[in-house]
Design a protein. Structure first.
Length: 192
């Protein structure tokens, strides 16, 4: 289940993140801010929720079906330009290798094209993050290029970034379009 984070999710989020720090730190810049307190985590989630409610950035928690465990996090981010969204994702160390990242990215790709009406969806990853690149490839994204020494890695070293894209006219034939998903708005109205 994907849903917008709530500050009340702080204990669950913190448990999943802190149990996965060794797994996350090589790839996720934000992981270097941990450990943190539950109150600090609630503040982070409150900020994410505010941006979500204002339609500025869409960050989701990934939960088990019962909503009792955080399996990861994901988002649709408008930081890649007008008419485009970037999908980001992380999976807790205890739940990797189960296809969750592919399922999540597929669902958000459907939302981006079918609900948001974008022209382009991107996934960015470090070339050394082979599982993340495999997600993009499996969903039909095209490797557009690798930007050399583009971003500062969590360890402070400049790193390369692969750019994977899927265009609106490519979407219908992609594996993403076949992802089974139900999406609802804030009022519970079915979108997909």
């Amino acid at each position: 289940m994907l849903r917008c984070w709530s500050p009340a999710d702080a204990p669950l989020a913190l448990r999943a993140i802190e149990a996965s720090l060794e797994h996350l730190r090589p790839w996720m810049e934000w992981a270097k801010r941990y450990p943190m307190s539950v109150a600090q985590q609630a503040g982070q989630l409150r900020r994410m929720r505010g941006l979500f409610d204002m339609g500025q950035d869409f960050t989701y928690g990934v939960f088990n079906r019962a909503g009792s465990e955080v399996l990861g996090g994901t988002g649709l981010h408008p930081r890649v330009g007008e008419g485009a969204l970037e999908i980001g994702y992380w999976i807790s160390a205890a739940h990797t290798g189960q296809g969750l990242a592919t399922e999540i990215a597929g669902a958000l790709t459907r939302v981006a094209f079918e609900v948001e009406g974008v022209r382009r969806v991107e996934i960015h990853c470090d070339p050394r993050n082979v599982p993340s690149a495999a997600v993009a490839r499996r969903l039909g994204f095209v490797h557009e290029g690798t930007l050399r020494q583009r971003l500062v890695a969590p360890d402070g070293v400049l790193r390369d970034t692969m750019i994977w894209t899927l265009l609106a006219d490519e979407y219908p034939a992609s594996r993403s379009a076949a992802t089974v998903v139900e999406a609802f708005d804030v009022l519970g109205q079915k979108l997909l």
